[in-house]
Write a protein that binds this ligand. Structure first.
Ligand code: NAP
Length: 255
């Protein structure tokens, strides 16, 4: 990675929390925002080595980052995470709610714990982090919140009743919170990836079948999602955009 020269850093001086940044899309988002000069909080659940390696990569390139462990589905851990960030950085400008899991199985086989685990992280986690960040952003009357949802929340996907429900919930949540926070200078948007090559999709065996639904006929790369997040975090480029869902899906969903 290369940190841009100081005069080109669109996010210099800003602090960005990226949940689930140790791997996959979150990692790419952390790197992308770091190239723009943001101080990155690399949140993770259990991959401490990967998170520390990412911090090392960013700092070696001349950027700033800190790894902080927290299970963002747990209210107390979210509070502790945001308290640590405020103690260390004294500001939060950007929140990317990216952490997510799947527990795929058909409805009739889905156990309540499969349902609950996905809702707890993919939906409640977004609520907990957004509430914590917005308290801080409200005081300075500015902020950017970017929620990673999914095409599954827009079009459904067999085997993902829990995941689709959580991701559709994130879209409704995004629009409501965008309306609540607009007058305070905080924008809230969602990015809906299609199939992106990460650990999450590496378990899927029906690649041929999946490609039939992707007009661009390939999986996306994490960096392609990160580019959209960078745009939504940028000022003034995205200052007049709120409550929207942006698809990065190779054309899977066309409104
Ligand atoms: P991934 O490669 O499986 O990475 C998931 C990340 O979330 C990891 O950094 C993981 O941390 C973190 N995480 C898991 N549980 C957590 C928790 N309780 N608290 C905090 N962090 C936690 O997934 P991905 O493919 O990059 O997906 C990232 C986001 O994009 C998710 O919201 C996913 O639903 C969404 N998405 C992905 C795709 C896709 O095709 N890949 C498509 C649409 C949407 P550890 O490393 O510590 O476990």
């Amino acid at each position: 990675m290369e940190i841009l020269p100081e005069n080109l850093r669109s996010l210099r001086g800003q602090v960005a929390i990226v949940t689930g940044a140790s791997r996959g899309i979150g990692r790419a988002i952390a790197l992308e925002l770091a190239t723009q000069g943001a101080y990155i909080i690399v949140n993770y659940a259990s991959s401490s080595r990967a998170a520390e390696a990412l911090v090392e990569e960013i700092t070696t390139a001349g950027g700033q980052a800190l790894a902080l462990q927290a299970d963002v589905s747990q209210a107390e851990q979210v509070d502790a995470l945001f308290n640590s960030v405020m103690e260390k950085c004294d500001r939060i400008d950007i929140l990317v709610n990216n952490a997510g899991i799947t527990r795929d199985t058909l409805l009739l086989r889905m156990k309540p714990e499969d349902w609950q685990a996905v809702i707890d992280l993919n939906l409640t986690g977004v609520f907990l982090c957004t509430r914590a960040a917005s308290k801080i952003m409200l005081k300075k009357r500015s902020g950017r919140i970017i929620n990673i949802t999914s095409v599954a929340g827009q079009m459904g996907n067999p085997g993902q009743a829990n995941y689709s429900a959580a991701k559709a919930g994130v879209i409704g949540f995004t629009k409501t919170v965008a309306k609540e926070l607009a007058s305070r200078g905080i924008t809230v948007n969602a990015v809906a990836p299609g199939f992106i090559a990460t650990d999450m999709t590496s378990k899927l065996s029906n690649t041929e079948e999946i490609l039939k639904f992707i007009p661009l006929n390939r999986y996306g790369q994490p960096e392609e999602v990160a580019g959209m997040v960078r745009f939504l975090a940028a000022d003034p480029a995205a200052a007049y955009i709120t409550g929207q869902v942006f698809n990065v899906d190779g054309g899977m969903v066309m409104a």
